[in-house]
Design a protein around this ligand. Structure first.
Ligand SMILES: [Ca+2]
Length: 342
């Protein structure tokens, strides 16, 4: 059976330099500081924003000071002006993001009580994350705001651990298809796929269609270091496809770019969880993708509809906070939640 490689690790297996090892240590260095946001501005929002009516109806939480502590290493949260939305929701625990990946370290304290299901479609004997990729993705999406380590974009939402990739970082197409179907059937609103497949199958096409029919959003990585190749499921029109930027708004080297790529989001030196109660930095389109999944989970947390009505409303809100941007000469969308704020 032909195998395919995880986004961040494809070049490792090909014997080249990886997209993330160029820049990032494998483990946490407490002295290292990513470009951190020190924003502590008072939350306000433009009353003409499409989000204004929704935000008006939500209680305001006190998040003063978080930028100086738990999330100081996470420039991606500053990029998202996360305080604008966190003051209204940290994420609804009924909103579920499925992480189709190498597994999640479900014992990591950052996910305590919020992993609502686990399944193992891989050939591994364990549903835990041996490789480290899936735990990092899960942390970016939903690590807890618990005065420890770091926080995910949506620290209040719930997760599904859908292990579809092997312990060496490779992945079979049919396991991605099975994972998508399982996630839809088990309550996911969003499916994060930071996996690059270079071919597809009828079953994968049908699974992507199944998700769309059920109002489930698939967020997929554009992939790394494979110029000119069509990447699946990222290239399907119904998926939201994400490539990676630096804090300066440049395309991260080796990030794929193509007409089927929708967004560019933070994917450089991204701090997140690793197995064994660890943390560390990684770089690549995988991690940019996770920012989008977390952000969409917050949008889902703000809408009161469910099912396909929520899906349509969330896509409308996403469009409202998106803007065209020049990323190293390419016209891509990025998120501009400052539209909400003045
Ligand atoms: Ca935390």
């Amino acid at each position: 059976m032909k195998k395919y490689f995880m986004v961040a690790f494809v070049a490792v297996i090909a014997g080249c330099v990886t997209a993330f090892s160029l820049f990032t240590p494998a483990t946490t260095n407490a002295q290292e500081q990513s470009p951190a946001s020190n924003e502590t501005t008072t939350v306000a929002y433009n009353p003409e924003s499409p989000l204004a009516g929704i935000l008006d109806s939500k209680p305001v939480a006190n998040i003063t000071g978080v930028y100086n502590g738990e999330i100081s290493k996470q420039w991606g949260l500053g990029f998202l002006s996360i305080e604008n939305i966190w003051s209204h929701t940290l994420g609804n625990p009924e909103i579920i993001v499925a992480v189709l990946d190498t597994g999640i370290d479900t014992h990591h304290p950052e996910f305590a009580g919020r992993i609502k299901g686990t399944v193992n479609f891989s050939g591994s004997e364990t549903s835990d994350d041996v490789y480290g990729h899936g735990t990092h993705i899960a942390g970016i999406i939903g690590a807890g705001l618990n005065d420890s380590g770091m926080a995910g974009v949506a620290p209040g939402i719930s997760l599904l651990n859908v292990k579809v990739a092997e312990d060496d970082g490779t992945c079979k197409i049919e396991n991605v298809s099975r994972g998508i179907n399982w996630a839809v059937d088990n309550g996911a609103s969003i499916i994060n796929i930071s996996i690059q497949l270079t071919s597809t199958s009828q079953a994968l096409e049908e699974a992507v269609q199944y998700a769309e029919n059920h109002g489930v959003i698939i967020v997929a990585a554009a992939g790394n270091n494979s110029p000119g190749q069509i990447i699946y499921p990222a290239s399907y029109p119904s998926t939201i496809t994400v490539t990676a930027t630096t804090p300066e708004g440049k395309l991260v080297p080796l990030s794929n770019i193509a007409e089927w790529v929708d967004f560019a989001l933070p994917g450089y030196k991204i701090f997140s969880t690793l197995p064994g109660n660890n943390y560390g930095y990684e770089t690549g389109t995988s991690f940019a993708t996770a920012h989008m999944s977390g952000f969409i989970a917050l949008l889902y947390s703000l809408v009161s509809d469910s099912g396909n009505a929520a899906y349509e409303q969330v896509l409308t809100l996403l469009e409202a906070v998106s803007m065209e941007s020049d990323i190293s000469g390419y016209q891509l969308k990025t998120l501009n939640p400052d539209i909400i704020a003045n």
